[in-house]
Each structure stands twice: as structure tokens, then as C-alpha cells.
Design a protein around this ligand. Structure first.
Ligand code: IPD
Ligand code: CA
Ligand code: CA
Length: 268
């Protein structure tokens, strides 16, 4: 059993605490599906409550750290080298529809680099966590990316463009090509868990465009510490800025990147 550092303990405890409220609210969402008002307002309040719990808890343990929050935006702190990057509920659409697949994501950026991350799936009680130089873990077990070497055996996750999100012009070509060359493509609806699942060897790769920093902050460090590779879809390293992400077990990184590039070319 790896000993969690005080930092990871603080992050995990904040996630466990906020998760209790989310799980309670998730139980109510199904009831609300049939009501006239619909569950949207309720879910947005669940989301805000979870974020408030996380901020309160993390602030108590690390009062000087800054925050970048999906709901609340930027909160400056005295210690400008440490910044929490938080998505209190990743997989909102799933949550809203009563689909049991969502997570809390907490990343810690230190000196402008992702340093530690925790992604908690409360319904499965799976805590994915990593700290730079220490490794990546699921609960108390070490995480390792898959060792699959053949594209034909790979299962690849993605996030598809949806209403309100600018579509990437070549996306459907990419989806077609990857589906035709692999064992299958999955769209589960939580980018944070998609990255955690690549780290756990459940998926062999993942790509999505236009994500936000809070969707990927924790996942980037968990994936790297699990031996995976993450770049932009075109191979660049500005994922936190562009939100374009290509993640893999490392071995399949270039083959997948080439496949996506070929598809993009033929979609032009
Ligand atoms: C979304 C999820 C989804 C991804 C979207 C994100 P949210 O986050 O991660 O999988 O496709 O791009 O915005 O809105 O559920 O926090
Ligand atoms: Ca998100
Ligand atoms: Ca969210």
C-alpha cells in the first residue's frame, strides 16, 4: 500500500467530502426527470455546492494557494506558485440524465506545471491519484497504462463535439477512420475519467478538442505518472492552453496521431 503524502491526503479528503453531496443529489435527479421543471437547475446547484465544499476544505489546509474553478473562475492567493485547478462535476450531462458516470477532478499546478492530481468517481469508489515522481494509483493499487501494441486491438475513447461547442471540421473523418482501424471507439462523457481510464489501461488512447483546463489538469499528471503520453492532437505540448488532447499508452501514440492526421487531411 503506497503511503499517500499529506498533499494527496488533503486532496482526497476534499474529494470524498464533496462527493457525499453529489451522490445524494444524484439519487434525487432520477425523481426530478419526470417533474415539469426538469433537473437542470437542481444539477447546477449540486455542481456549485460541490465546488464550494472543495474550496472550503482545500483552503482550510492550504490557505495561501490560488484557485482556477470551473464555476467560480479565478481566486488569487498569496502563494502564486501553487494553484488548484478544479472541476467539481465532470460528466454533467451524464449526471443530469441519471447516467452513473461522472467524477470530481482536482489538479495542483506548481510553478506552472501540473504537479499532482486526484480524480474521484464516487459511484464506483475509485480514486485515481498521482503525484509527480511518486507514481499513479487507483485507491491503493499502482496504475499502469496498457501494453497493447496493435491498433487493431485497441479501444480508443473520444469526446464528440456537441451543441454549443464549435465543431472541429475534420472530426467525423477522424471518428470514421479510428473506428475502422481499432477494436472500437467509446464516448463515455467525462474527459477526466477518459484520461484516468487510459492511465488505468482500460482505454489505450483518447482524443478530444477544445477541452478546458479543469477537464484535464488532474488527468495529465495521472496519465504521465502511469507511464502514458499526452500531447495535443497535432503533437504540440500546449494542452492546457488549446484544450486539444491526444493521450495514449505511449506505444500507440504516433500510430494514433498519424491516423488522425491522415483522416484530417482527407476531410479537407
Ligand atoms: C465535459 C465532459 C465531456 C467533454 C466536454 C466537457 P462537464 O465536462 O468532460 O466528456 O466532452 O467537453 O465539457 O461539462 O461535464 O464538466
Ligand atoms: Ca468538465
Ligand atoms: Ca463540470
Amino acid at each position: 500500500m503506497p503511503r499517500r503524502s499529506p498533499l494527496i491526503t488533503v486532496m482526497a479528503n476534499a474529494a470524498y467530502k464533496a462527493a457525499k453531496g453529489l451522490v445524494r443529489d444524484f439519487g434525487e435527479v432520477e425523481q426530478l426527470q419526470v417533474s415539469r421543471k426538469g433537473p437542470a437547475d437542481f444539477v447546477s446547484s449540486a455542481d456549485h455546492k460541490a465546488e464550494a465544499t472543495l474550496v472550503e476544505d482545500l483552503r482550510r489546509s492550504r490557505p495561501k494557494f490560488c484557485f482556477l474553478l470551473e464555476e467560480g473562475g479565478v481566486i488569487e492567493g498569496e502563494d502564486s506558485s501553487n494553484r488548484w485547478i478544479i472541476d467539481p462535476l465532470d460528466g454533467t450531462t451524464n449526471f443530469l440524465h441519471g447516467i452513473p458516470h461522472f467524477a470530481i477532478s482536482i489538479g495542483l499546478e506548481r510553478d506552472s506545471k501540473m504537479y499532482a492530481g486526484v480524480i474521484y468517481d464516487p459511484l464506483r469508489d475509485e480514486l485515481f491519484w498521482a503525484e509527480t515522481g511518486i507514481g499513479a494509483f487507483i485507491n491503493s493499487k499502482r496504475l499502469r497504462v496498457s501494453s497493447r501494441r496493435n491498433m487493431g486491438d485497441a479501444v480508443i475513447a473520444t469526446g464528440m463535439p456537441f451543441k454549443g461547442r464549435a465543431s472541429h471540421p475534420e472530426y467525423s473523418e477522424m471518428l470514421d477512420t479510428v473506428s475502422g482501424e481499432t477494436s472500437g471507439v467509446r464516448r463515455f462523457g467525462s474527459a477526466a475519467l477518459d484520461l484516468a481510464y487510459v492511465a488505468a489501461g482500460r482505454f489505450d488512447g483518447f482524443w478530444e478538442f477544445a477541452l478546458s483546463p479543469w477537464d484535464i489538469a488532474a488527468g495529465l499528471v495521472i496519465l504521465r505518472e502511469a507511464g502514458g503520453l499526452v500531447t495535443e492532437v497535432d503533437g504540440g505540448d500546449q494542452m492546457m492552453k488549446s484544450g486539444d488532447v491526444l493521450a495514449s499508452n505511449g506505444v500507440l501514440h504516433n500510430p494514433l496521431r498519424e491516423l488522425l492526421a491522415k483522416a484530417a487531411d482527407s476531410g479537407k
